[in-house]
Write a protein that binds this ligand. Structure first.
Ligand code: WQD
Length: 326
């Protein structure tokens, strides 16, 4: 029921799927369920539970007659993963193994896994395609790669499994209703929620981590993808898996990159808000630039990003205004 999960649940429900959410609420809150329900055309089930509680998870999968799983239950802050590696390995890797065991016990073999572009590490070439070397430089990226490798081994051992590993780039934006959006517990790590907290007065200003990179304006460049485009990627993968067993990997990105200052200025235009900022030192582990080669998802899944930068900024601004009341 986090940022990606809530938007994906709404899209799946409004596309005719019966949706059930299993979440331990460590990075989301149950109030989101009511808002997801409000914008969904049908009831959405919910079980509060931890992914590592294999018995509870197995029972939920069986009782709710689940036919496929979209696995988004991961801790995802790159910096935090270096400070708390064991928490990240326990939740992200051990948790994924627990999920696979629960799926096996419940007789389910269709899985869409939320992976990340962080598996690639320092670019040997750009844009990253799915064949780019995978040398993650932090525990979070290593978690994601390890789970991908577990899934590939599972698929070799049991040909009936239908698995898609989706390597996300930078999810941003919010549902057009303004009722759901990125709402991390605690101090955010990612750029857009930090901008949101500056606008809402929770932070005095944005710290831009370095403007001395080898990019046109010196700030980091990323492949930002609207969260609803990302949700569409999950729906496309789920549909395609129906007749395609095996373990398949797809980049979900726009295929373009923009800089921190670019994104900031577009957001200021969309919102009419001036975002105070100061340039500080580089953040350890940050790369100057990365973006996706997204051709494979287009060719195989028939999916590519549809939303524009204006959609990202307008939807973020609507969500930030609405989340002031939260
Ligand atoms: C974007 C740009 C920062 C915050 C991470 C994960 C990735 C994915 C998305 C899960 C960079 C700059 C940021 C701030 C800043 N998550 N920035 N001030 O690091 O590209 O990707 O989140 O899959 O796996 O690695 O995202 O939003 O943190 O940073 O200047 O307060 O904004 O330096 O150039 P990142 P981000």
């Amino acid at each position: 029921m986090g940022y990606i999960g809530s938007h994906t649940a709404v899209l799946l429900a409004n596309s005719g799927h019966r949706v059930h959410i299993y979440d331990n609420l460590c990075n989301s809150n149950v109030g989101t369920l009511e808002r997801i329900q409000k914008i969904s055309s049908q009831k959405i089930g919910f079980t509060e539970g931890d992914i590592r509680d294999t018995e509870k998870l197995t029972n939920a999968l069986r009782d709710e007659k689940i036919e496929a799983v979209i696995h988004l239950a991961g801790l995802k802050a790159v910096g935090e993963s270096s400070q708390k590696p064991i928490e990240y390995y326990a939740n992200n890797v051990q948790g994924s193994i627990s999920l696979i065991q629960a799926m096996q016990a419940a007789g389910i073999n269709t899985l869409v896994f939320s992976s990340s572009a962080t598996v690639y590490g320092d670019p040997v070439y750009l844009p990253y395609d799915e064949d780019h070397p995978t040398k993650p430089t932090n525990p979070y990226g290593r978690n994601k790669l390890q789970v991908e490798e577990i899934l590939r081994d599972l698929s070799v051992s049991d040909k009936a499994w239908k698995i898609a590993c989706l390597r996300y780039f930078n999810p941003v934006g919010a549902h057009e209703s303004g009722l759901i959006g990125e709402d991390p517990n605690g101090i955010p790590n990612n750029l857009m929620p930090v901008i949101g907290q500056v606008v809402n007065g929770k932070l005095l200003s944005l710290s831009i981590f370095g403007d001395d990179y080898d990019t046109p304006d010196g700030t980091g460049k990323r492949d930002y993808i609207h969260v609803m485009d990302l949700a569409e990627g999950h729906l496309a993968a789920l549909s395609w898996l129906g007749s395609n067993p095996g373990c398949h990997t797809f980049n979900l990105g726009s295929g373009d990159s923009i800089s921190v200052l670019d994104l900031l200025h577009h957001f200021e235009q969309a919102s009419g808000q001036k975002i105070p900022y100061q340039v500080v030192g580089r953040r350890p582990g940050d790369l100057p630039e990365y973006y996706a080669k997204a051709d494979k998802a287009e060719k195989v899944l028939g999916w590519k990003t549809q939303k524009k930068l204006s959609d990202i900024c307008n939807s973020s601004w609507l969500w930030i205004k609405n989340s002031r009341q939260n």
